[in-house]
Design a protein around this ligand. Structure first.
Ligand code: NAP
Length: 325
């Protein structure tokens, strides 16, 4: 009888342990999501500003990016920062940014649509990437300075290297479709990282020409070539692909191996362009890689001390104000 009860007891303990294990697994992501409700009073505040803002995933993903930063950078191991979304209409941007810059516990902002260009007028300092691309998606407040940068190019290249290895960009022949802000940043990132050639084609030709004039090393094409045999990386940089009804950014019959088809649109994760490329046998690279690689860089830019930043993030003064003291 005793040994029978012992057996029951150990099976019961095992079941409880299994249930606890499953609960722990299920609650783990919720713990990240609800971390905002347990912000410590000493936490450093960061905001993501845009409109609409409820489409952004960054506040949900930021805690993991901060954990990765603490693990890889000893000087950040005690960092305690929280990222919150702010829905900001264009007319409210300047006053908000100038007000936040005067607080003593806000370290900066992630900047998203529609403010990536208008934020430039608030910046006292810019990195080379922000100057080249002509828009900012991160601003760091530091000793009275507002340092703007653009991480989209680093994010795209970093994501591609993570997925496809260290030589994913060097010496590659690249063709970008689209010539908006994302395309400018991706083109800059590709040139900086040793692409053999970078061409751009866009529905509005003048915009492709302006991109090429702005970023040395980029050539504008009047139209898509009739064959992409001379292209290694095809990068879809238009805003097409969010909706199932969007037209194809590139005719499907041009998509043939060994072309690598890359996307900047991240929602849905597999756009119609990527699906068509995959079905036609091409390697594909989703826009979600760019998003997660750049969140790591953004987190470091907003949390690490500027003295500890990599050289590529060197910044110089705009005409607006002040040197960093
Ligand atoms: N994965 C990431 O981390 C990440 C980062 C940044 C942006 N993005 C995504 O990148 C996309 C582009 O953003 P953006 O800031 O570059 O936008 P943008 O500045 O508004 O540029 C939009 C581009 O799409 C083209 N386009 C729009 N509708 C078109 C159509 N019907 N046919 C052909 N071309 C069309 C535009 O061509 P025209 O010049 O002819 O109008 C332009 O080249 C967005 O979906 C954004 O979500 C992703």
């Amino acid at each position: 009888m005793a040994s029978h009860l012992d057996g029951l007891e150990s099976r019961f303990e095992q079941s409880i342990a299994d249930i606890m294990g499953q609960m722990h697994k299920a609650l783990k992501p919720l713990t990240h999501r609800s971390s905002v409700s347990r912000v410590s009073p000493a936490a450093r505040a960061l905001f993501i500003v845009g409109q609409p803002i409820d489409v952004t995933r960054s506040p949900m993903d930021f805690p993991q990016a901060l954990t990765r930063l603490k693990d890889r950078k000893a000087s950040c191991k005690d960092a305690d920062s929280v990222l919150l979304p702010l829905d900001v209409p264009p007319k409210g941007l300047d006053a908000l940014v100038n007000g936040l810059a005067q607080t003593t516990n806000c370290d900066g902002l992630i900047v998203t649509r529609p403010h990536k260009e208008s934020i430039l007028r608030s910046c006292t300092h810019l990195t080379a990437a922000a100057r080249a691309v002509g828009c900012c998606n991160v601003v760091r407040f530091h000793k009275g300075a507002m340092i703007g940068t653009n991480m989209d190019g680093d994010g795209f290249v970093g994501g591609l290297i993570q997925q496809r290895g260290a030589n994913a960009v060097r010496n590659q022949r690249c063709l970008l479709v689209g010539a908006g802000g994302a395309a400018r940043a991706v083109a800059y990132g590709l040139v900086q990282n040793g692409a053999r050639s970078v061409c751009v084609v866009n529905r509005t030709k003048a915009r492709a020409q302006a991109l090429a004039a702005r970023i040395p090393g980029v050539r504008a094409l009047d139209a898509l070539p009739s064959s992409l045999n001379d292209v290694d990386l095809l990068i879809q940089c238009t805003s097409l692909g969010h909706n199932a009804s969007d037209p194809d950014p590139v005719p499907r019959d041009l998509l043939r191996p060994p072309l690598v088809c890359c996307e900047v649109v991240h929602t849905p994760e597999e756009t119609a362009f990527l699906r068509a490329a995959r079905e036609r046998g091409c390697d594909t690279h989703a826009g979600t890689h760019m998003l997660s690689a750049q969140l790591d860089a953004i987190c470091e830019f907003l949390v690490a001390r500027p003295e500890d930043w990599p050289d590529a993030w060197a910044f110089s003064s705009t005409s607006r104000v002040a040197e960093v003291s």
